[in-house]
Design a binder for this molecule. Structure first.
Ligand SMILES: *[C@@H]1O[C@H](CO)[C@@H](O)[C@H](O)[C@H]1NC(C)=O
Ligand SMILES: *[C@@H]1O[C@H](CO)[C@@H](O)[C@H](O)[C@H]1NC(C)=O
Ligand SMILES: *[C@@H]1O[C@H](CO)[C@@H](O)[C@H](O)[C@H]1NC(C)=O
Ligand SMILES: *[C@@H]1O[C@H](CO)[C@@H](O)[C@H](O)[C@H]1NC(C)=O
Ligand SMILES: *[C@@H]1O[C@H](CO)[C@@H](O)[C@H](O)[C@H]1NC(C)=O
Ligand SMILES: *[C@@H]1O[C@H](CO)[C@@H](O)[C@H](O)[C@H]1NC(C)=O
Length: 331
């Protein structure tokens, strides 16, 4: 009896030692050992949202080198609102240089007019332990052809598509739901009343265009002819923030390419407003061809090396995000 309890004591002490040792190891290898250990012990290892995995959750186990945390900065908000419309001189100069508009209008007056037409409040600032928002970002790659991903895509809370992105006739592969359609004046299409138009402005004129396209229709030309009227629900129009765009360029692309592509900007929007992100239709098709899922043209690879976007670098970052379990990439 006595010998048994001695053994128990020894076991207990061994356990204690092991625990101390592992904490010591943890504190040597992790930046915030106490926090991490606390979360581990009380079982809150993914408490920043209500999903089983949360993008914004700091997870040293899966992000050992801090790669994600070095780039991800929640203080940048993806969308403009009346209270989040400050653009620094530095950012303004960078943004204005993208498409080099001659004699741009006064930005603050243009935004004033726009926010009288569309919602001016903050959006999606509701993240926390009670939210589980699952998003699908759907690119236009030919790898969606015959993929049968339609029902997986439609099962998400947000389905984010971009530019032309037809769904009619392709439902089995790409789904039919669209909560957000990302576009700019030169890529605009008419939208369903239940879809949010998410405009990426590359110049001041683009902000004047959306106001015009939803009202008078007096702008029909930017650097090419554009739709003078667009069918879209003005109560659901959202504007991508130029400051956020610069953050994506500096922090995530580290200055590669001239500016980020619509696809990459859409992905970064999702990474910052969603808790879980599924990515479809990015990258080449299984034969290595770059074309759209609605085209039979297999020679559509020209856009990759135009010098405007660095498609290879963007895709590398996308692969790394998947590697770190921040997004799920469907190919
Ligand atoms: C996030 O960005 C803000 C604004 O530029 C900056 O002040 C802050 O240091 C950044 N945070 C991190 C963790 O990089
Ligand atoms: C733009 O207009 C605002 C008032 O709406 C004014 O305060 C500001 O100085 C103007 N900016 C420029 C560059 O003219
Ligand atoms: C709008 O989209 C919803 C679902 O995404 C669909 O049920 C509805 O038929 C669409 N309406 C039109 C006019 O296309
Ligand atoms: C579109 O949706 C808005 C609400 O966002 C509603 O007020 C309007 O009646 C709808 N229009 C049509 C044509 O369904
Ligand atoms: C379009 O109309 C608006 C408001 O009526 C006006 O402020 C703007 O200057 C016009 N733009 C063009 C290009 O005619
Ligand atoms: C992408 O990553 C691979 C290795 O992971 C590297 O060899 C290649 O140079 C990278 N490409 C770009 C454009 O950074």
């Amino acid at each position: 009896m006595r010998r048994f309890s001695q053994r128990r004591m020894r076991t207990l002490m061994a356990l204690c030692c092991a625990l101390t040792f592992s904490m010591l190891v943890l504190s040597c290898t992790l930046g915030e050992p106490s926090l991490y250990f606390f979360r581990l012990v009380v079982g809150l290892s993914d408490s920043s949202c209500a999903c089983s995995r949360c993008i914004s959750h700091l997870n040293p186990q899966r992000d050992e080198d801090g790669w994600f945390m070095e780039r991800f900065n929640e203080s940048f908000k993806p969308l403009l609102s009346r209270s989040n419309s400050f653009i620094s001189d530095d950012t303004y100069r960078w943004w204005q240089w993208l498409q080099a508009e001659m004699n741009p209008s006064n930005l603050s007056s243009v935004l004033d007019r726009l926010f009288q037409l569309i919602p001016a409040d903050e959006h999606y600032d509701d993240g926390g332990p009670h939210r589980c928002r699952i998003c699908s970002v759907v690119g236009n790659s030919g790898n969606l052809w015959e993929s049968h991903y339609g029902s997986d895509i439609d099962a998400s809370d947000f389905v984010i598509r971009m530019n032309q992105a037809p769904t009619e006739g392709f439902e089995r592969d790409v789904g039919c739901k669209t909560t957000h359609h990302v576009l700019y004046p030169e890529s605009a299409v008419d939208l369903n009343n239940s879809t949010s138009l998410l405009l990426i402005p590359f110049k001041t004129l683009d902000l004047e265009w959306i106001t015009s396209a939803l009202t008078t229709g007096n702008i029909s030309h930017t650097y090419v002819p554009v739709m003078s009227h667009i069918r879209a629900n003005k109560h659901k129009v959202l504007i991508y923030s130029p400051s956020f765009m610069k953050y994506v360029y500096d922090s995530w692309l580290e200055g590669h390419g001239r500016y980020p592509s619509t696809g990459f900007l859409s992905l970064m929007f999702a990474v910052h407003v969603c808790d879980e992100v599924n990515v479809f239709g990015f990258g080449a098709d299984p034969d290595g061809n770059w074309h759209h899922y609605w085209e039979k043209n297999m020679q559509g690879g020209a856009f990759r090396h135009t010098g405007v976007h660095d498609g290879d670098y963007e895709y590398n970052i996308t692969l790394l995000l998947a590697d770190k379990h921040k997004i799920t990439l469907y190919t």
